[in-house]
Design a protein. Structure first.
Length: 107
């Protein structure tokens, strides 16, 4: 079947990404496909800190365009203790598994 994954896992068979409330988190999206992916994290804003390995102080946002065959690194402070969705905003990609959760635990 046709699926999209995060960390090699589809939604429902995923392992949550974990963090503690207040923890500074850096996360890299590495796109190994020929399609762009607008990655969206619920409940947080983040700063883009690198594109294709080149570090810089980028924009603050809640969705980032990850180019085909490229990478984007984001940094954020984990917020309220709760499970937060992280997914590709292309509905077909999300519907075929390209989502996971950020499980923030109390600090």
């Amino acid at each position: 079947p046709y699926v999209w994954t995060i960390n090699g896992q589809v939604w429902g068979s995923h392992t949550p990404i974990t963090a503690r409330s207040g923890e500074r988190v850096e996360m890299m999206f590495h796109n190994m496909s020929m399609m762009a992916h607008p990655m969206h994290l619920h409940g947080h804003v983040f700063q883009v800190v690198a594109v294709n390995g080149q570090r810089f102080a980028g924009a603050i946002r809640d969705t980032v365009h990850v180019p085909p065959m490229g990478s984007v690194t984001i940094a954020f402070d984990a917020g309220e203790a709760a499970p937060w969705m992280l997914h590709c905003h292309h509905m077909a990609h999300m519907a075929t598994g390209m989502m996971t959760e950020l499980d923030v635990q109390a600090g």
